[in-house]
Design a protein around this ligand. Structure first.
Ligand code: FAQ
Length: 300
């Protein structure tokens, strides 16, 4: 029979029972989750920007409606996640301040520009595709509000992934110029999508604690490999080529092998020096300020 609050927490973790907001939990567990969930929420919200740029330039009414719905979904995901983080005792204002002052991160991938319509396909297919692989695991994360948010988010991300793949498949089967645009988008988004899974297991700072508390159930490298194995096959089906001269299938392991990633670039991007970091935060600050009157009116 557990007696101390630490024992109660440890027993729940060992028995795979969800930790709920009012349960006792170590301060480090609470802080770890506040960091991860708020960064996840910021990623969803900042992630609306590269796609938002293309709403007015979508090539058909159908494409525009689908893109609008997808971007709205991402905003909704941010809201579920901010609410989940709030249950740990941090306010929305604090989280936004951490984002805007650079104290909190958001996914590296959203610091790359969406240059053509094919990039919208690549974002849905690869970025949402990578997000799903990570989030399917997080459906079983130990913190109840986070795990439950993930169930709904994963359903919506599957639709996002398919709409992106459809755009890529259509462009790949189109005119030679359209095929080239699709290949160019894949070339530019491949490595940033692989970096979404975080540093290699050997370099990951938080993985040890995350495994101990069952926040993470699979490692950064294991999830990255899962994504590679799925995506290489999808690439072949639509007649595109993975932009990696060292890509090869290892029949013994049953996995694809790829070139090492450019981790210097990853560190530059997560530390604020990617192609669009400044633009993303300036845009967020501007529209957050413009919405101040709405927040104030809601408080009356
Ligand atoms: N970008 O020790 P680890 C989406 C940081 S949602 C930026 O391995 P951890 C939907 C990490 O924070 C995409 N920073 O860290 C969508 C830590 O720094 P810190 C977002 C990164 O937490 C689609 C340091 O490096 N998904 O795309 C990144 O164990 C389309 C050391 O790393 C999530 O956030 C990175 N890629 O593992 C929306 C999933 N990787 O915090 C719109 C939830 C690492 O000490 C359009 N998060 N860092 O300053 C996670 O699963 C984990 O937090 C990881 C990182 C896997 C991201």
């Amino acid at each position: 029979m557990p007696t101390t609050t630490t024992d109660i927490f440890t027993e729940k973790i060992e028995r795979d029972l969800a930790i709920e907001p009012r349960d006792p939990m170590p301060e480090e567990y609470r802080r770890h989750l506040m960091r991860q969930i708020s960064q996840h929420a910021h990623s969803e919200v900042i992630g609306m920007q590269p796609e938002g740029n293309w709403i007015t330039r979508a090539p058909s009414l159908r494409a525009k409606m689908i893109l609008l719905a997808k971007i709205q979904d991402e905003g909704g995901h941010g809201l579920y996640l901010y609410s989940a983080a709030e249950t740990l005792g941090i306010s929305r204002e604090e989280m936004i301040e951490q984002l805007q002052t650079g104290k909190a991160r958001y996914s590296s991938v959203f610091n790359y520009p969406a240059l053509t319509w094919a990039d919208i396909g690549a974002i849905g297919w690869l970025v949402d595709g990578a997000a799903i692989v990570n989030q399917v695991m997080l459906q079983r994360t130990s913190y109840g509000p986070y795990a439950r948010a993930m169930v709904r988010i994963c359903k919506e991300e599957s639709f996002h992934q398919r709409q992106g793949y459809e755009i890529m498949a259509k462009m790949a089967a189109g005119t030679p110029e359209q095929h080239e645009m699709a290949q160019d988008a894949l070339n530019r988004w491949w490595a940033p999508a692989l970096m979404m899974f975080g540093p290699s297991d050997a370099e990951s700072l938080h993985s040890k604690a995350a495994f101990q508390w069952k926040i993470k159930r699979e490692s950064n490298d294991a999830l990255r490999q899962k994504f590679i194995d799925k995506t290489v096959q999808q690439t072949e089906v639509i007649g595109l080529k993975v932009p990696d001269p060292n890509l090869r299938f290892n029949a013994e392991t049953g996995h694809y092998e790829t070139s090492p990633l450019n981790w210097d670039e990853f560190h530059r991007v997560i530390n604020g020096d990617g192609p669009c970091n400044r633009q993303r935060l300036e845009h967020h600050r501007k529209f957050h300020e413009e919405g101040r009157w709405v927040r104030e009116a809601c408080q009356c």
